[in-house]
Design a binder for this molecule. Structure first.
Ligand SMILES: *Cc1c(COP(=O)(O)O)cnc(C)c1O
Length: 393
């Protein structure tokens, strides 16, 4: 990515005062990607700390139900329960290389905050996580986790007291403290080079999955499916297959209560272009160009935008994007519990919920990989609420 753009998407839409910081980051990143010692150390932490490689599990009963041979890439088995730790460790290792002693992050549901707090503890970095007051109340357990890990959770009281406000506060703090502070970004979004950095640290998912499927099936998959919030677990698994034209790639966003209700988180559904968090991409916007609040039952998918490379992959047609509703995702979640004994995250269940539609186009000779981005233990309260509302299991 030479001009920092993916087609017409991406870029660096930040205040002039932050440009030197992005340039410093870009330079440091391009040094470490060429340094075998950095990757040796990254691989060490992925293996001995995170528990990689994660299995590629053949879901026999799910396959019997839907037709093709379905494999699950088990990111739910990572330390801290999702793919986010891959990126948090990578970025904090980069921060350390740059001589930074402090890290900051923003978090909505708390998952990226917990991953960052974990990696900060591991590398002895001072860590502050910005979180909206309303989100802190809703995600009290993750706030406690971060504090136990030695992180200071900073309550943000402005705007709607949620993620958007926490992002703004984190960026303000970064602009002020960039001398010794690194901003750990949690998804494949933000100004360049962040989307590229996040993809590089998450491509471990796709590289493993490619090797594993060749070992197990002696062929490449017909299709790879992942859920899309900002787009980090999806771009990570796609990275292993983007150059294989015969592998179809699917991204599943949150349709919430239904696209037509307006209460959803599908930035790809309207395809309106705007600028948010330093990038140009598809965003949820009203007629006046104001960013709309995203809604999803899944706290990890309710982001109003999507990473710039996804907007590009959508425009070029390399990846097919679609969306499933809250209830479709929740039913897929409950189905995986019963069929395979795995409780998936609600986010990941959006990818699973796409199987009925996808598999109609496939036969039993096809091979599908679903990225199971995380485990559902964190979601048990929301799941209980859903089950109660529908009157029991
Ligand atoms: C945060 C999260 C997501 C969504 O983020 P992406 O950057 O789109 O991957 C998906 N699954 C889980 C389990 C998450 O925690």
């Amino acid at each position: 990515m030479k001009n920092k753009m993916y087609g017409e998407f991406g870029g660096q839409y930040v205040a002039e005062s932050l440009m030197p910081t992005l340039i410093e980051l870009d330079k440091a990143y391009h040094e470490i990607i060429k340094d075998p010692k950095f990757w040796e150390e990254f691989d060490y932490y992925m293996k001995d700390y995170v528990g990689r490689e994660t299995p590629l599990y053949f879901a026999e009963k799910l396959s019997a139900k839907y037709g093709p041979r379905i494999y699950l890439k088990r990111e739910d088995l990572n330390h801290t329960g999702a793919h986010k730790i891959n990126n948090a460790i990578g970025q904090i290792m980069l921060a350390r290389r740059m001589g930074k002693t402090k890290v900051i992050a923003e978090t909505g549901a708390g998952q990226h905050g917990v991953a960052t707090a974990t990696a900060a503890a591991l590398f002895g970095m001072k860590c502050r996580v910005f979180m909206g007051a309303e989100d802190m109340r809703r995600q009290a357990l993750n706030v406690m986790r971060m504090r136990m890990l030695g992180t200071e959770v900073v309550e943000v009281r402005s705007g709607t007291d949620t993620l958007k406000d926490a992002c703004n506060e984190a960026i303000r703090t970064w602009a002020k403290d960039a001398e010794d502070t690194f901003y750990v970004l949690g998804s494949a979004v933000g100004p360049a080079p962040y989307p590229e950095i996040v993809k590089r640290f998450q491509r471990v998912i796709g590289d493993e999955a490619r090797k594993q499927i060749l070992e197990k099936e002696n062929r490449l998959p017909s299709a790879v499916v992942a859920c899309v919030g900002g787009g980090s677990n999806s771009i990570g698994i796609y990275a292993g297959f983007l150059d294989d034209a015969e592998v179809k790639l699917y991204g599943v966003e949150a349709a919430g209560k239904g696209i037509s209700t307006g209460e959803h988180a599908s930035a790809m559904s309207a395809k309106t272009i705007g600028i948010l968090h330093g990038m140009r991409s598809y965003l949820l916007q009203d007629a006046d160009g104001n960013v709309k609040t995203a809604y999803s039952i899944s706290a990890g998918l309710d982001y109003p935008g999507v990473g710039p490379e996804h907007a590009y992959l959508c425009q070029t047609g390399r990846v097919t994007y679609d969306a499933v509703t809250d209830s479709e995702a929740m039913e897929a979640l409950l189905e995986l519990c019963k069929l395979e004994g795995i409780i998936p995250a609600i986010e990941s269940s959006h990818a699973l919920a796409y199987l009925p539609k996808l598999c109609k186009t496939l036969t039993k000779d096809d091979v599908v990989i679903v990225n199971l981005s995380g485990r559902g233990d964190k979601d048990v309260n929301t799941i209980a609420g859903y089950i109660n509302e529908k009157g029991g299991l």
